[in-house]
Design a binder for this molecule. Structure first.
Ligand SMILES: C[S@@+](CC[C@H](N)C(=O)[O-])C[C@H]1O[C@@H](n2cnc3c(N)ncnc32)[C@H](O)[C@@H]1O
Length: 276
């Protein structure tokens, strides 16, 4: 059973405004919460095709939404949903090292290919590591942390989440003023790098929009500013070129009640466009 709490559930389902006979592609199936709510609301009046790069989710198609055109073949969807990032199930039970709360192998791959987080930390040069931490984590101590990572790996290569969390703490001990654990941004940055999340989003937006039928809706939930900027600019450019209209002029964000019940939803932003 999934422990993942879907974000902006009703807002997504309302915003997609599905009609009988339409096909939705849920490109980030995860714990399946959004798809379940759609099935609850529409029954078999709409068709849902689910994709996830993590085979353990049980999605119809295992694959990366960056290849959505190839994954869908001839299918032209009426709506696409991307709910970015990782799920609580991956964090809590995958054993792949997404959380600094538990000592697990430092893998962080949501899919099955590419280098693990440990391999990146053990081989990339100091400057490249610093750039990831600053660029994808907006980590203020990126330089110091990158230096500490490189000195540590000379003595012992990184293998587990605690190796990394301890290294960050050696540079930035936790103080009573910290609202979040000092390793939070480092873990986020590394996850984005391991899964090449920004380039996947760029491709997924382009190819997903192309695949949509005219009149089709594209809904994206993002969780940090780099992603949201990319979605916002992509939507805006298509509107300017007369290819789309904005369904959401401003991003939809969770209610106070939702953020209280699900702190993970805090930074969520939902944007939707309609292809002309
Ligand atoms: C936030 S969760 C989705 C939760 C889901 N909407 C729900 O309500 O349960 C994100 C999911 O997207 C998947 N994912 C992230 N990036 C992906 C990509 N580029 N291609 C395919 N799946 C991706 C992750 O493996 C994860 O299962």
């Amino acid at each position: 059973m999934s422990t993942h709490k879907s974000v902006l559930l009703q807002e997504v389902v309302d915003g997609l405004a599905l009609k009988p006979g339409e096909t939705l592609v849920d490109g980030t199936f995860g714990g399946g919460g959004h798809t379940r709510e759609i099935v609850r609301r529409y029954g078999d009046k709409v068709k849902v095709i689910t994709i996830d790069q993590d085979p353990s989710t049980g999605a119809d198609i295992t694959g990366n939404f960056r290849d959505i055109d190839k994954l869908l073949g001839e299918t032209k969807p009426d709506a696409i949903l991307l709910d970015l990032g990782f799920s609580s199930d991956q964090m809590d039970t995958s054993g792949r090292g997404f959380s600094f709360q538990k000592d697990e192998p430092l893998d962080m791959r949501m899919g099955q290919s590419g280098p693990t987080a440990a391999e990146i930390l053990n081989s990339w040069d100091e400057h490249a590591i610093e750039l990831i931490l600053r660029g994808f984590g907006e980590e203020r101590f990126s330089k110091k942390i990158a230096r500490a990572i490189v000195s540590r790996r000379k003595i012992q290569p990184f293998a587990t989440t605690f190796d990394l969390a301890d290294t960050v703490l050696s540079v930035r001990p936790r103080t009573f003023r910290d609202k979040i654990h000092p390793a939070t941004k480092t873990f986020q940055a590394l996850r984005i790098a391991v899964n090449e999340e920004l380039s996947a989003l760029e491709k997924g937006l382009e190819k997903g929009f192309e695949a949509l039928k005219p009149g089709g809706r594209f809904a994206v939930i993002s969780f940090h500013s780099l992603e949201d900027r990319m979605v916002k600019n992509f939507f805006r450019d298509n509107r300017k070129e007369g290819k789309a209209e904005l369904v959401t002029k401003k991003p939809i964000t969770p209610s106070e009640e939702e953020t209280r019940e699900n702190p993970r939803s805090r930074s969520a932003k939902l944007r939707i466009i309609k292809k002309i």
